[in-house]
Ligand binder design. Structure first.
Ligand code: ADP
Ligand code: MG
Length: 273
């Protein structure tokens, strides 16, 4: 049973009319522990529709755990996460809160795309089949339609000419772009990226960041964990700095990256100068 999910029916934070869309993700006082280790200690974070939010912070600060909680790969201990107005992982009936059944979890996860550091493409499937797999297997999209969508997505990530290649024949940067196309094939309302360029050779980082920048320009809502400060400066609407399982500061890239108020943010950013 989680505590705060009981309190209100809808996310409570007021909408700032000056900014773009309504809140798509609303995390409120999220707590998560592994045994004695409290990894998330009350995370409040909001992502509005169409926004790109970059999540920064030292290793071990809880960034991956937080993304994994949004995408049902971990369960929170207290607080609440709403995506698109739906309470993630839980269901209310009257005043009681229950864990979602596996089928309901699967349904919620469909609307959230996730891209990891290691792309985990299916090695025995072609690029095209990798991108078609979930729409055909999960959404029961007719093959011809899934194929057409997949080809359009491969064009969007600049890989039209690799449709019939196998993952092992591609560079790491190309494989990661296929992984992005594969996530987009489910038409997610939200994309989560967990250090998508950290495993790549330096010369391949740029092509993946360029693809992500294009998606941002097309209005995709993105929550991105990355150490690419240049990307954050150029693409993020908001930057959130996490440390020790808490949000230490959050604001525009200019505020957080150029004029950090916390000593720990300054120390962290100092490593990238
Ligand atoms: P970050 O992504 O910011 O580097 P993580 O969310 O991966 O941080 O990890 C935060 C802390 O939680 C770390 O101390 C890590 O060792 C711990 N942790 C993460 N996942 C687990 C797990 N499944 N079991 C136990 N501890 C974990
Ligand atoms: Mg991590």
């Amino acid at each position: 049973m989680i505590k705060d999910a009981l309190a209100t029916d809808a996310p409570a934070d007021p909408v700032d009319p000056a900014t773009a869309g309504p809140p798509l993700v609303v995390a409120h006082d999220v707590h998560k522990r592994f045994g004695h280790l409290e990894v998330l200690r009350g995370i409040d974070l909001e992502v509005r529709a169409g926004e790109v939010v970059v999540l920064l912070g030292p290793s071990g600060s809880g960034k991956s755990t937080f993304l994994r909680c949004i995408n049902h790969l971990e369960q929170i201990d207290a607080g609440s996460i709403h995506v698109g107005g739906r309470l993630i992982g839980y269901r209310r009936s009257g005043s009681r809160v229950h864990h979602l059944r596996p089928r309901e979890v699967t349904r919620q996860r469909r609307d959230i795309g996730m891209v990891f550091q290691h792309f985990n493409l299916f090695p025995h499937l072609t690029v095209l089949s990798n991108v078609m797999e979930a729409p055909v297997g999960v959404l029961r999209t007719p093959k011809a339609e899934a194929r057409e969508t997949a080809l359009a997505l491969l064009e969007r990530v600049g890989l039209s000419d690799k449709a019939s290649a196998y993952p092992r024949q591609l560079s790491g940067g190309q494989q990661q772009r296929v992984a992005i196309a594969r996530a987009l094939a489910m038409r997610p309302e939200l994309m989560l990226f967990d250090e998508p360029t950290s495993a790549l050779d330096p010369e391949l980082v740029g092509e993946v960041l360029a693809t992500m920048r294009d998606l941002a320009r097309d209005g995709l809502t993105m929550l991105v964990v990355t150490h690419e400060i240049g990307f954050a400066k150029e693409v993020a609407d908001r930057v959130v700095f996490m440390d020790g399982g808490r949000v230490l500061e959050s604001g525009t890239p200019r505020e957080v990256l150029d004029h950090p108020t916390h000593e720990r943010t300054r120390a962290f950013l100092g490593r990238f100068l």
